[in-house]
Unconditional design. Structure first.
Ligand code: PGA
Length: 259
């Protein structure tokens, strides 16, 4: 719930300047050719503004919360056909804040992801353990449960062709300033990739994209991206500032060139 329409317009204006100053030509080129995928998920009211302002830079816009039904009496909800009217084909599913405050469960996240994929969207699907679960050494058990209950058999193909992207977001790290260490992130990402291999096979696991989210900053992003199983970031706070978002893109661009 950051950046309404005016703030999004200002963000985009400053971001274009920051990109000019802070993002190298190879990174800009990589964003344009989609070698480096740069996405933003503004609030629903700001989708159109963000789409218009960021389109020319190659930045794709996605929606934070989209219903699984295509239409009907679901007061307050928006649907895939509605975001498609804005030429938006990207959704976020299962974010811990949706789980914590708005009743999202593994089952509703599954229904959303399944329906969005079938309607032709790309989906970024979040999972992650709480602080108590980590302290009780239940991280892998919780991740397994979220994946067992939250993905279906058909999703192996979507993972393989990267229409379904997973984001590991330890709940204790989101918005808290407590980032998972690269070793903690790598352990969880490795577990998730192994899970994909066991359930869907080697090809899906090798091609699957797994993002890390939780207090990513311009200081820690590089080290996180160096982890073999971390393919990118899902960034909250540090993406709200146009300068810092531009720097994050440059860090991702140089990591891509070194890989
Ligand atoms: P954060 O948020 O980067 O501010 O921790 C991450 C998220 O909300 O997904």
């Amino acid at each position: 719930m950051n950046h309404g329409i005016d703030a999004t317009r200002m963000f985009a204006g400053q971001f274009i300047q920051s990109v000019d100053l802070k993002v190298s030509s190879p990174t800009k080129e990589a964003i344009h050719t989609q070698m480096l995928k740069a996405w933003v998920f503004p609030p629903m009211l700001s989708l159109a503004e963000a789409q218009v302002a960021l389109f020319q830079m190659g930045i794709k816009v996605g929606a934070q919360n989209v219903h699984f039904e295509e239409k009907g009496a679901f007061t307050g909800e928006i649907s895939v056909p509605m975001i498609k009217d804005l030429h938006i084909y990207l959704t976020l599913v299962g974010h811990s804040e949706r789980r914590q405050y708005f009743g999202e469960t593994n089952l509703t996240a599954l229904k959303r992801a399944d329906s969005h994929l079938k309607q032709g969207c790309k989906v970024v699907y979040c999972i992650g353990e709480s602080k108590d679960e980590r302290l009780a050494d239940r991280t892998n058990e919780i991740l397994k449960q979220q994946l067992d209950e939250g993905l279906n058999q058909e999703m192996g193909e979507a993972l393989e062709d990267q229409r379904l992207v997973l984001a590991y977001e330890p709940v204790w790290a989101i918005g808290t300033g407590l980032t998972a260490s690269p070793a903690q992130a790598e352990d969880a990402h490795h577990f998730i990739r192994q899970y994909i291999e066991n359930r869907y096979g080697k090809k899906s696991s090798m091609k699957a994209v797994i993002l890390y989210g939780g207090s990513v900053t311009t200081e820690n992003f590089k080290a996180l991206l160096e982890c073999p199983n971390v393919d990118g970031g899902l960034v909250g706070g540090a993406s709200l500032n146009p300068d810092s978002y531009a720097k994050l893109l440059e860090i991702a661009g140089s990591a891509l060139r070194q890989s």
